[in-house]
Design a protein around this ligand. Structure first.
Ligand SMILES: Cc1ncc(COP(=O)(O)O)c(C=O)c1O
Length: 359
């Protein structure tokens, strides 16, 4: 039986729901702000992993995407997205042919932070007759990947600039360590410090004679401090589209579109259990909440159960609840399909092609 047109109370559970009206409002807010501030908004696909959703976003004014992994970039290309940044390093030569194949299909860019990797990628792309855009990742404080900001980036930019098969496209500096700082003025002050280092690195490279067309960074927590900062051309948030209860506390202007529809399995005097647990709701960032029911607290999780404490218990067996997870990206990674819903009815069913993959 087709799910299209079904009301939510007729659905089997657990089921991953995406509220399309909320997504539309989140997209409009971010894309309008990007236009006003003169920056490109590149959407992070690691938060989505779903080709149908990427097409939906492209149709609403967001044609450029980034991904964390090569498989996500391949899913994007299959969905008809033709401007993709892999915001990460790929060092295994076993993946170079896949990169070359993709670079022949779409405008593809990749981050680097090592000279050896630059040389190997150049050799592989040149041999395959492909051209790959390359951004140097600058570590502006997250201490994950990237080279330090400053003059050290000049020789790497010059090397990429003259490497066959590669095109030097600019710099990426992502401030992941700042995204969830609760105090907005502290988040902003730290963010601006990192941006000054990033833009300062741009100036060093340009002074050395190499153009720097793209400077990209930011996530949902820092987007508004980065968008419009002089010298930054692009922001790259992802969570703002689906959101979760942790990000919503920091960025209430974006609504929570993602929820897990679940059924009450058992009822006791001071709690009830839902039929969705840690296999359906990621809890790596903390506890989920029950949508619209602040007095009902999710307190314990097993693989297939969530215990919800409340007094009195306002549900009976078979009732539905929607659970808003603490981490939208990791929750999308647990499911094989999502249902786009509007005003209580299923409008579309999308496979989540890149879920469960890490290649
Ligand atoms: C490189 C990079 N850019 C941007 C983001 C922003 O994502 P979000 O908006 O979900 O914080 C992330 C998140 O992990 C990232 O790794």
């Amino acid at each position: 039986m087709s799910l299209i047109g079904q009301p939510l109370d007729a659905l089997d559970t657990p089921q991953l729901l995406l509220d399309l009206d909320v997504i539309d409002a989140n997209l409009k807010r971010m894309f309008d702000a990007g236009k006003q501030r003169g920056v490109n908004v590149r959407t992070h696909f690691k938060s989505l992993k779903c080709g149908g959703l990427a097409q939906y976003i492209k149709a609403r004014g967001g044609p450029t995407f980034l991904s964390a992994k090569l498989n996500e970039a391949e899913v994007l290309a299959d969905a008809g997205i033709d401007d993709i940044l892999i915001a990460n390093q790929i060092v295994s030569p076993l993946k170079f042919q896949r990169i070359a194949n993709l670079a022949k299909r779409v405008t593809l860019r990749l981050c680097v932070d090592q000279m050896d990797n630059v040389d190997q990628l150049s050799k592989a792309m040149h041999a395959a007759g492909a051209t790959l855009g390359v951004l140097i990742e600058i570590d502006i404080g997250m201490a994950r990947c990237g080279i330090p900001p400053g003059e050290a980036a000049i020789p790497m930019a010059q090397r990429i600039h003259k490497s066959p098969g590669l095109r030097f496209d600019g710099l990426q500096g992502y401030d992941g360590h700042l995204q969830l700082i609760a105090d907005a003025s502290e988040r902003k002050a730290k963010c601006v410090q990192g941006l000054e280092q990033l833009v300062g690195t741009r100036r060093f490279i340009e002074k050395a004679g190499v153009p720097v067309p793209i400077v990209t960074g930011a996530g949902t927590g820092t987007w508004e401090f980065v968008a419009g900062f002089p010298g930054v051309t692009e922001i790259q948030p992802g969570s703002f589209i689906l959101m979760d209860c942790i990000y919503n506390a920091v960025r209430p202007e974006f609504g929570c579109a993602l929820s897990i529809l679940s059924t009450v399995l058992s009822v006791r005097p001071k709690w009830y259990n839902l039929d969705a647990g840690s296999k359906a709701i990621s809890k790596d960032f903390g506890s989920p909440i029950i949508k619209g029911k602040p007095e009902e607290k999710a307190t314990r999780f097993s693989e297939e159960h969530t215990k919800v404490e409340c007094d009195p218990v306002p549900v009976k067996i078979g009732d539905h609840r929607e659970v808003i997870p603490a981490h939208c990206c990791a929750t999308m990674n647990l499911h094989r399909q999502c249902l786009g819903v509007r005003r209580g009815k299923v409008e579309t069913v999308w496979p989540i092609e890149a879920s469960g993959r890490y290649d």
